[in-house]
Write a protein that binds this ligand. Sequence first.
Ligand SMILES: Cc1ncc(COP(=O)(O)O)c(C=O)c1O
Length: 463
Amino acid sequence: MVSKNVGKDRENESLRHTRIMGRYGIENIPKYSFPENGIEPRVAYDIIHDELNLDGNPDLNLATFVTTWMEPEADRLIIENLHKNFIDHFEYPQIKEIEERIVNIMARLFHATDGGDFSGTSTIGSSEAIMLGLLAHKFNWRETRKKQGMDYGKPNIVFGGDTHISWDKFARYFDVEPRIIKISEEKFTIDPEDVKKVVDENTIAVGVVLGTTFTGEFDPIGDINQALLDLKREKGLDIPIHVDAASAGFITPFYEPDFKWDFRLEQVKSINVSGHKYGLVYPGLGWLIFRSQSMLPSELKFNVNYLGDEMPTYTLNFSEGSSMIVAQYYNILRLGMKGYRNIVMGMMENARYLAKKIKDTGMFEVLNDARHIPVVTFRPSVNLNISPFQISSRLRERGWIVPAYSLPENAQNITIMRVVVRENFTRDMMDIFLNDLVNMTESRKDMDDVMKNNNKKTSHPIS
Ligand SMILES: Cc1ncc(COP(=O)(O)O)c(C=O)c1O
């Protein structure tokens, strides 16, 4: 059937050519200084749209934890709310109401139900949530030290070399000494014994990661909690844990509901999670939840009245979009516990399948076979004589984006590749990927063999 828009499309197409060719087809577009005159909307759209075609395809981006697909109904709600500034609570009270509902939902998901005294906020992502959580711990520690008449000039924070860069950022931006526990070539997470060795009366908090950015593993949260409880009993030091559950916060409650990692552990006082990772919402959205309202010092809450009512805020940014908060609520209503559980189980099953298939090729060593979250890390076998960087760049030729990187200090000689399995990485796509992974690795090896033989030929010519 011929679309009735064909005529219109042709007209638009010719318009596009005329305008672009007429104006910019043979000229460069203005790039680094403000153009004096504007252009037609359609032309501006086409120019930008065409240039962005050079970006990678988000569906083939196996590097990112961040959501790249949502249902059309969610997209519609996102567009409908794009023009609402979240901070305008007086003007848009229902968005604020929805945010508070989600804080309640997340706090209950993380078992912060003792007396229902929790508190929390939405953020731009986990990075902002981590900074705000740790800032609260810094203020609380200082307050306690002041009350005890003790020095409060040298706060420190303890976390592992396996944490995300946002932890180092917090330490530097907010002037707190980072006490970083190094990982090793044998173990890519931290140890409770090491935590015990470095904490002291100036430690504002211990950071524990569930789903490290590097390998997707979990720090031993139960043991670290126990080590801090022992310390509390032995020395009277009450050091809070902040859990960075950027990825696992939307996985573990569904995949391992009996695994105690959250407010069921006594020393866990705050948790961050990214809504835009396995919360299944586009960027940028994060959540910060405190076990109790008393964890959030009143000095950190700012009341603004110039938008109408007196409104307390606890964010680093002032203005912020509303759409992703609305989109998170859409997912929660649309999927429910059952829906999230099904999606999480599906992703975990697929990730395990991928890990097994990669291992079965006999060409790779699998470092993490999606033990807790749907992340698979692997590296080529030594005898293949090919680096993860080479495989990564060859895969890019097919459109696949798979990062290759070295592990943090002390294990920096280990380079690995990581695939983050998301909802839209289906079994069929996975099989195509596996095929490409093997082909690219083999053909590269063949190419290297040819090069080596060629070199041999050059150095030992047959005459
Ligand atoms: C463990 C961990 N923490 C924090 C972050 C930062 O999260 P966001 O990108 O939501 O700011 C990431 C991002 O990948 C992460 O993996």
